[in-house]
Design a protein around this ligand. Structure first.
Ligand SMILES: [Zn+2]
Length: 388
């Protein structure tokens, strides 16, 4: 079965060998052919071959599906009250995670699945076609395993985040909890996870604990990523680079040495502007990272405490307006950057051979994602070439 997407006013391929030669690989007046779920042909609309089916983009822009490389979608309950209190002046401390842990433990598998399905659909209809999902609101072996099992029903990009915070029942016994995470919990999580993550932060896990947890995960075959330098400066970014983690996420408080280390590595700096927006905190310095040559990704950090949005278009708009990324840099970071942060060469671009995950926009240019914030511009989403 072949499919033609025709009348594309502006096609973003993220393949610099195509079109205008920029990082976005822009092709004007383009068409794209899908065969067996993959991009089979890209080119000038007037040269498009015949296919079994046709989708007309009506001169709108077509972009690669967003790759949201950082979410926490397995949870129950919400924390709207905490958000309102924060907007009234209370600081964000991360302490509210315990509220979600209690609600998540009390929920049935069906409730967790239904909540996740709702959020996944929200993301999909805003153009997210690849999504990473973390555990981390179970914090017991059984609750972490079931969180990952539910997440696996929705994505291959599942991340074991047993080291989110130390749960209340281990208060004052951090090292016992780290031993549990590195041992029984890691072993039980393994069949359901691709990645291992840790919240390396004052009040969560320090550098030595984070190193022990990531090394334990790597020892059994999980790939490392890390919550680093979000609320304070810490050792997380250096640890990420040392361990060749796919991604260091947040990167809000960086030293010059951290920026240089990221720029000289294959570790992606994943920025999560929804978190700063929702906690009314200073944004990470995207320009400093980009100008140093680091690879930057944008992700939603969707979670009920500090960033309850599934919208990658929103993240792109905030990154442009508040972090001074150009619209082109922000779109690249939300697609190709996310793919690098998940080490997925098959997604995040629309070169020949890529998975045919894409969005047709109700706009003449991808620039409208930032230019028209809050407007639902994603008209049609294709997942492996299938309209959703
Ligand atoms: Zn996170």
């Amino acid at each position: 079965m072949s499919l033609l997407v025709r009348s594309i006013g502006e096609l973003v391929t993220n393949d610099p060998s195509l079109g205008d030669g920029s990082a976005l690989g822009l092709v004007r007046d383009a068409a794209l052919v899908v065969e067996d779920g993959r991009v089979a042909w890209v080119g000038d609309a007037s040269h498009a071959p015949a296919t079994d089916r046709v989708i007309d983009a009506e001169d709108g822009a077509v972009i690669p599906g967003f790759v949201d490389s950082h979410t926490h979608l397995v949870f129950a309950g919400d924390r709207a009250g905490e958000f309102a209190a924060r907007m009234a002046g209370e600081p964000y401390t991360g302490g509210g995670i315990g509220t979600t842990v209690a609600a998540t433990r009390a929920a049935s598998d069906g409730e967790l699945r239904a909540n996740l399905a709702r959020l996944r659909d929200e993301a999909l209809h805003q153009g997210t076609t690849t999504i990473e999902i973390k555990s981390g609101y179970g914090l017991s072996t059984a609750d972490e395993v079931r969180s990952l099992r539910v997440a696996r029903e929705f994505t291959a990009e599942t991340t074991f985040l047993g080291a989110h915070v130390v749960p209340a029942e281990f208060e004052g016994r951090d090292d016992d909890y780290v031993s549990l995470v590195c041992g029984e919990m890691m072993k039980s999580a393994l069949p359901h996870a691709r990645w291992v993550d840790v919240f390396c932060e004052r009040g969560a896990f320090d550098g030595d604990q984070a190193r022990a947890i990531l090394l334990a995960g790597m020892g059994v075959g999980l790939l490392p990523r890390i919550h680093a330098n979000q609320l304070t400066h810490g050792p997380g970014v250096q640890l990420a680079v040392e361990l060749d983690a796919a991604s260091a996420d947040h990167c809000t408080h960086l030293s010059d040495a951290d920026v240089d280390s990221l720029a000289g590595s294959t570790t992606v700096a994943t920025l999560l502007p929804g978190a700063e927006f929702s906690t009314r905190s200073p944004y990470p310095d995207a320009r400093r990272l980009l100008e140093a040559g680091a690879t930057v990704a944008l992700a939603s950090d969707c979670n009920p405490g500090s960033s309850y949005t599934t919208s990658m278009p929103f993240c792109v708009a905030v990154a442009v307006r508040e972090m001074r990324m150009t619209p082109a840099e922000a779109l690249w970071a939300a697609t190709a950057g996310g793919a690098r942060a998940l080490r997925r060469p098959d997604v995040g671009h629309l070169g020949v051979g890529a998975v045919a995950d894409l969005s047709v926009l109700d706009a003449a240019s991808f620039v409208h994602l930032a230019y028209r914030p809050g407007v639902p511009l994603v008209r049609t989403v294709l997942l492996s070439g299938e309209p959703q």
